[in-house]
Design a binder for this molecule. Structure first.
Ligand code: PH2
Ligand code: MG
Ligand code: MG
Length: 176
């Protein structure tokens, strides 16, 4: 439930490198903690998925997850804070779509629409990426893309789930 002044913020996490902090999963978990501390109040987190890399050259598979947060700040502030988290987690920006320890992308912020050189909301490639749509489908199946006029459920069905599978984590393991 949203309090007054709060809006729903969906953030995509992606990691395909290990670093001083640990492996992909450690970066995803650290980013989740930092995002819920600095971007907004954590409402829900999707499962973690292991996904085939989209991008140049040979890359390792990614872990991807989407967080749903209740946020109040301006989109530009949130973007700045997301960059800070990436930097603190040792992100080095090399080639576009190249390997990274952690990537935080703002997917959507309530019904906010923006298109500047800094920030486009909803995220301009959200609807093309099964690695974003499958986890987002868990959280906001009914959310309607303000530009395309389609729900996440429809966009996810159009895109399919090829190359995207649930990642087995310790938390998921059956008990006893
Ligand atoms: N992120 C990219 C480029 N390619 N591929 C997968 N599977 N997952 C990602 O998060 C991803 C990608 C650019 O941010
Ligand atoms: Mg990205
Ligand atoms: Mg990014």
């Amino acid at each position: 439930l949203l309090a007054q002044g709060e809006r729903e913020l969906a953030v995509a996490l992606g990691a395909n490198l290990s670093g001083p902090l640990g492996d992909r999963e450690d970066y995803i978990r650290a980013a989740t903690l930092m995002a819920s501390d600095r971007l907004g109040r954590l409402l829900r987190a999707s499962h973690i998925y292991e996904t085939d890399p989209i991008g140049p050259g040979q890359q390792r598979r990614y872990l991807n997850q989407v967080l749903l947060l209740a946020a109040t700040e301006t989109p530009e502030h949130l973007l700045e804070r997301a960059f800070e988290i990436e930097n603190e987690l040792g992100r080095v920006r090399e080639k576009r779509w190249g390997p990274r320890t952690i990537d935080l992308d703002l997917l959507l912020y309530g019904d906010c629409q923006r298109s500047t050189s800094e920030l486009t909301l909803p995220h301009p490639r959200l609807h093309e990426r099964a690695f974003v749509l499958m986890p987002l489908l868990e959280l906001l199946p009914q959310w309607r893309h303000p530009v395309l006029g389609k729900t996440v459920r429809v966009l996810a069905a159009e895109q399919g789930s090829a190359g995207v599978r649930r990642f087995q984590t310790v938390d998921d393991a059956p008990e006893g």
